[in-house]
Design a protein around this ligand. Sequence first.
Ligand SMILES: Nc1ncnc2c1ncn2[C@@H]1O[C@H](COP(=O)(O)OP(=O)(O)OP(=O)(O)O)[C@@H](O)[C@H]1O
Length: 587
Amino acid sequence: MSTENFQVDLQGIVDLLSHHLYSSPRVYLRELLQNAVDAITARRAADPAAPGRIAIQVDDRRLSIADTGVGLEPDQVRELLATIGRSSKRDEIGFARTEFLGQFGIGLLSAFMVADQIDVITQPATSGATQWIGTADGRYSTTEAPPRDEIGTTVTLLARRGAEQWFKQATVVELVRLFGALLPLEITVNGERVTDGKAPWEGDSRADLVGYAQDHLGFTPFDVIPLNNPAAGLTGVAFVLPFAANPAERATHRVYLKRMLLAEGVEGLLPDWAFFVRAVIDTSELRPTASREALFDDGHLEATREALGAQLRGWLVRLGSTDPQKLDKFLSIHQLGVKALALHDDEMLELVYRWLRFETNHGRMTAAELRERGNEIRYVATIEEFRQLAAVAAAQQLTVVNGGYTYDAELLERLPEVVDGIVTSRFDPTELSTSFDSLDPRTELDLRAFVRTAQETLDQVGCEVVVRAFDPASLPAMYLVDRSARFATELRATRDRADALWSEVLGALDTHDDSRPQLVLNHRSPLVRRIAALGDPELVKLAVEGLYGHALMLGYHPISPADSALVNRSFLGLLDQAVPTPEDPTR
Ligand SMILES: Nc1ncnc2c1ncn2[C@@H]1O[C@H](COP(=O)(O)OP(=O)(O)OP(=O)(O)O)[C@@H](O)[C@H]1O
C-alpha cells in the first residue's frame, strides 16, 4: 500500500474562492492590508516602539505594499507562503489568536483573483531577506534576497490581463479608505496619506457623527445612539433613520473588526426589532466568517446582540421619559414598523404599547391614557364600524378605539397577553343596543312639513333625512353612510339576528336609494323636538345644517367642501340669530 499527498489545483481553488467566498475581487486589497497590519502587530508585540507604516505604490499594472512588520524567516517563508491553509496566526488548539486579523491561511490567495504573480520580499530582524515568487499556476520559487535596511515585507502584484481596473490609483485609494479608514497606522498611496485612523464616534462632536452619516450612509440621522459592549470589545454608534424603514427587510450594519472593515452590510448584529437604526461599530472580539464579510453567528454574537438591543431599548425608554415630543416624532416616522414588530415581538409590544396612539371617539390617545379611563379598552375592528358607533358611544360616555387602521385591532387584541392588568375587548355593535324605533303615524304626520324642509336643506349634500326615536336622548342625530357597503351587510345580518336592532332604519333604507347617506334625527332628543316645532323655515334650515355638521364630526366622517360650506353657513347663521344686535338688545 502506498500513501500519497493530494494534488491541489491552485487555479481551481482560486476560482472557488472568487466565486463562492469573496463577493468581489476588491477584497484582494483588504487581505494585503490585513497581512501588513498583522505583521506590524506581531512585531510590536516584541518591540512596542516599532514603526507602523504601510506604503502602497501603484501604477496601472503593478501594485506593491510595503509594511514595517515582523518579516518572515527563510523557513517560515517556505512553510507559510507555500502552504494553503497554513497561518502563523492561530494557536495550537486552532483558535484565532485574538490580536490578529487573519487566521485561516488563505488570504494571500485572493491576490490571484487580480494578479498572475505574487512577489514577496521579506526581511526579518534576525536573518537575511528572502524573495518568494508564486504564480497562479501553483508554482513558486524561493531565493535569498539582498539584505534590506528596514525590517518588513513588500508584496508586489502584477495585474492579470483584464484586472487592470483594480490597479488604478483612484480605485486603490478608495479601497484603502474603505477597508482601512480606522486603522491607527500611517497608510500612504503613492506617497500620500489617505486615512486618519479615527473612528467617527471617537471625536467629541455630534456634528461630526451627523456628517459621517450624511457622507457614508446617505441620510441625516434622527438621532445618534452610542453603542458599547466591553465583552465584545465593541464601540460604535447607531444612527436612527429619519425615514420609515421596512421592518420585514433585515437591517444591515457597517462592521469593523479590529478596526478593519468587515463589511458594510452585516446582518444579525442587532435584534430584528431594531429595524429603525443603522449601526457602525468596531469590535475586537467577535469572529468573522472565512469570507470576512459576515460575523460568525455564535453564542458570543447572540449575547452581543442582546446587550446592544438593551442599549437601543434604553434609548427608547429614556426618550419616553425625558423627551416625549421627540418620541412622538420618532413614532410618527416609524409607527407602522414599530406596530408591525410589536405584533410579533412581545418585548417590543411591552416596550412601546404605552406610547402608541390610537384614534378614539374622544380624540387620539395612548394605550396608557386609555387604560386610565376605565378598566377595559374597547375597540372596533373596522373604520366603518367606528364611524357608525362613535357618536352613540360618545353620547353614552363610552370611549371606543378605532381599530380599523393597520395593525391596531390586532395589537389591542394581543395587549392583554403581554401586559399584566390590561383588558381589551372587541366592541360588538349590538352592545350599544341602539334601536331606531319608528314614530307613531300621528307624529309622522305632524312632522311632514319639518322633514320636507330638512330634506330640501340636505339635498345639496346628497343626504336623506329620516326621523326615528332612539337612545340616548342626548344624541340629536346620527349620520349613517355607505349602506351598500360592508357595514350595511353586517347591519342586515344583525337585523336578522336581533329584530329590533337597526331593523327599522334598514327597512326604511331599502325603499330608498341605497347609495345615499342618511341623517337620522332623534325624536327623543328635546332639541330635535324644539327644532321640529319651529315656525321659521330659515331657522329650521340652519338648525338642520348644524345637526348635520355635528353628526358628521361625531362619527369621524370625512368632511367634503360642500359639507364644510354648509356647516360654516349654519354656524354663522345660528350665531347671527343668537347674538343680540345693537338696535335690538333684547333679542
Ligand atoms: N506582509 C506579511 N508580513 C509577514 N508575514 C506575512 C505577510 N503576509 C503573509 N504573511 C504570512 O503568511 C501567512 C499566510 O497569509 P494569508 O494571508 O494567506 O493567511 P492569514 O493572514 O494567516 O489568514 P487569512 O486567511 O485569515 O487572511 C500569514 O499567516 C503570515 O504568517
